[in-house]
Design a protein around this ligand. Structure first.
Ligand code: GAL
Length: 696
């Protein structure tokens, strides 16, 4: 049924082929048709249904696929040296679902990367260099029918001649036309020229990309107490400790701790431990939680050895939801919601302010409110934050922790005041406010490089983070040091150097709430697992589930339900800090289920502290595995393709042998015992997340 060969053809020969095929169909060869087949142009379908990669940032006018024009809406379609009067211009990655209903026999098109002149770059902002528009990389054109690949081109480059797609679609109900960048390539303008369906029955109809229901896979926790969270926490001798024992179950719960080290005390009603441990050492304790439905215990260790973040952080950060609009009241709403929604009972802890709490000297900026620092150099916060210490106390009062954002440059990414030449002073100010977490963002540091210095030089890249570490070591408070410089200079290779000791480092640029962004970043983390470990984690950026917005107006994430399962599963496997970037107060049962599955979170918080890496890849199907403390493996089967597909993982790929118990972590259900391999059908853009343990 498939004609897979792709070979360049001139448009004229394709037209001749169409005529022949039509003639053949008319003469009655092939399956019986209800009426004389006609040629229906792809460009006559409702092209608003075609997914088109967007350019120009969040505020740009969205691009839509173009009938009989290139995606720029002006030029004719051009592939290689040829120009076409008909067809569809799109931008890769791109996708269209077409309902054929068994009414069509053939799909024909000439495909290739658009070869019109590149668009003019947007005018540069004041003082900035003009940006160059990058040409598209090589693109793959695919035609899928009812879950099977009917056609796939080789990677096609800009300037290459058009390639004929000639696919028998007899009997196909749903056809997918997809263009995607080849591995590691940029997207860009791409064309389905002279694309037609030969149709004798139902007319082809463009349809919405089907979205699965928001299925809640996880059973709710029972009424008896269950103690969640990590099995250890790292603190520094002599520094303030705050640890909230996360417990689910019917309230009220009374807490107790056996073997609590000297200097710490427990609030029995709140389950919050505070105080200081004077002596260096490891302090094993037993947590107990009791309510009218039962009692739970958990072994736990306070590791007072000065290393923080022995498991990756769980929390919230303001950026992906509010952007610059973050305020004291919104931060308090977040803290309230983390408690009210029960997230705190599953180990969620940090309430982190991102950019937007500082002032600026920049004219015309609403946050220019006079001096950015007091006479003694102390930073002055903007009017949205009347009392930072008060905010810190409020957050701590709930058993949560407080994070803040600054950078080593004179200004932040938003042009607001940052910590250049005030590092020790600012970090001390933060400590006075009760800050427990600093995100330290490069951004403005580029402006203070000396002549001859560039971001290609490793010593230059390291310097601000070494200076930051020196400053932080002078502050007598446990503060997580989160490096943000977008992965430059392979930061994962040196972010844990003795003179930097980052607790995490961003491995990528900024995430956004699209499948392309999230899955592109997530599945690019291949080979990084060896750089992560207790106290130092890879950070592929914050979460984009729920209501996001990067500003005052919020909207639902652009990720589908299955894509959201992929997001949480993959980030859990990667042992990335999990920082929610949505309005927690508006989280519904589906979203809460995504982030409160205690078996999934137990993988994230696993004491061994090993991150997952990719163990198998077959086209768009991938398997990632993470070894756990108890000798089992957390394994994610992922399907990045456009149709449900069976994914198999071999024991050999996992480095295990013999009988294994496989447990579905999202459903919290054993699937049985398996030998040699495990397979499961994995939905389009979806995942199956299992724990594989040797049978005892
Ligand atoms: C970017 C950073 C984002 C966010 C933003 C704030 O550089 O990657 O996560 O912090 O700055 O301006």
């Amino acid at each position: 049924m498939t004609i897979t060969a792709s070979f360049p053809r001139r448009a004229r020969s394709r037209a001749a082929l169409t005529a022949l095929l039509l003639a053949a169909a008319t003469l009655g060869s092939g399956p019986p048709v209800k009426r004389v087949p006609e040629e229906i142009q792809l460009s006559s379908l409702d092209l608003s249904k075609m997914r088109v990669a967007q350019v120009g940032g969040r505020n740009a006018t969205p691009s839509v696929a173009q009938a009989n024009k290139a995606i720029d809406g002006t030029n004719l379609i051009r592939i290689g040296g040829e120009q076409f009067a008909t067809g569809v211009g799109t931008r890769s990655p791109s996708m269209l679902f077409v309902h054929l209903g068994g009414g069509s026999e053939r799909f024909l098109a000439l495909v290739g990367v658009d070869n019109n002149p590149l668009p003019e770059p947007p005018p540069p902002a004041a003082g900035q260099q003009p940006r160059r528009v990058q040409p598209p990389g090589t693109q793959i054109f695919r035609v899928l029918g009812d879950g099977k690949v009917l056609y796939q081109s080789n990677p096609l480059g800009r300037g290459e001649a058009p390639v004929l797609v000639n696919v028998d679609v007899t009997g196909i109900q749903t056809l997918v036309l997809q263009v995607k960048p080849a591995e590691g390539q940029r997207g860009g303008a791409a064309n389905w020229a002279e694309a037609t369906f030969t149709t004798g029955g139902a007319r082809p109809q463009a349809i919405d990309i089907p979205v699965e229901p928001r299925t809640i896979l996880t059973p709710k926790p029972g009424p008896a107490p269950r103690i969640n969270g990590p099995s250890l926490t790292g603190v520094t001798p002599g520094h303030d400790v705050l640890y909230k024992i996360p417990v689910t179950g019917t309230r009220p719960i009374s807490y107790s701790v056996e073997g609590l080290p000297k200097g710490l005390k427990l609030d029995r009603k709140a389950g919050v431990i505070t105080g200081r441990i004077a002596e260096r050492g490891r302090y094993p304790v037993v947590f107990k939680a009791k309510n009218k439905a039962g009692e739970a215990t958990k072994q736990f260790t306070f590791v007072a050895e000065g290393l923080l973040s022995l498991t990756p952080a769980l929390g919230w950060n303001s950026w992906n939801v509010y952007g610059r609009a973050i305020s004291d009241s919104l931060a308090r709403v977040a803290a309230d919601a983390m408690v009210a929604k029960g997230l705190i009972d599953h180990g969620w802890t940090y309430i982190n302010l991102d950019d937007g709490w500082e002032r600026t000297k920049r004219e015309g900026d609403p946050l220019n409110e006079g001096p950015v620092r007091a006479e003694d150099g102390t930073m002055i916060v903007n009017k949205k934050f009347p009392d930072m210490k008060g905010l810190g106390d409020y957050i701590h009062g709930k058993g949560l922790k407080f994070g803040i954002y600054t950078g080593p440059g004179p200004t932040t990414c938003q042009g607001l005041e940052a910590s250049w030449q005030h590092e020790v002073q600012d970090f001390q100010t933060f400590a006075n406010w009760g800050v427990d977490y600093i995100k330290y963002d490069w951004c403005g540091y580029s402006s203070v490089l000396k002549p001859g210095e560039t971001t290609q030089q490793l010593p230059v890249l390291k310097r601000p983070y070494q200076d930051g570490r020196k400053a932080l070591d002078q502050v007598a408070r446990d503060i997580i040091y989160s490096l943000c410089q977008y992965g430059w200079g392979n930061v994962w290779e040196w972010g844990n150097d003795p003179d930097i000791r980052g607790n995490s480092w961003r491995t990528t640029g900024d995430i956004t709430d699209t499948w392309e962004s999230m899955n592109g970043i997530g599945f690019r983390q291949v080979g990084y697992s060896k750089f992560a470990g207790p106290g130092h984690w890879n950070d592929p950026d914050m979460l984009v589930i729920g209501k996001v917005g990067w500003g005052p107006r919020l909207r639902d994430t652009g990720l589908t339900p299955n894509e959201q399962y992929v997001h949480i599963t993959l980030w859990t496997l990667l042992a990335s800090p999990l920082l929610l970037g949505n309005d927690m107060a508006q989280m519904d049962d589906f979203e809460l289920n995504l982030v409160t599955n205690d078996e999934v979170l137990a993988v994230h918080q696993d004491e061994l502290g090993k991150a997952a890496d990719r163990v198998a890849k077959n086209g768009e199907l991938e398997v990632w595995a993470r070894p756990l403390q108890d000798g089992s493996l957390a394994v994610g089967l992922f399907n990045r393709d456009e149709m449900d597909t069976k994914v198999t993982v071999q024991w050999a790929e996992l480095g295990i042998t013999g009988k294994q118990t496989v447990r579905d972590l999202w459903r919290q259900q054993d699937l049985g015992q398996f030998e040699n391999e495990f397979s499961s059908t994995v939905p389009r853009h979806g995942t199956v997340f299992v724990k594989i343990s040797p049978v005892k």
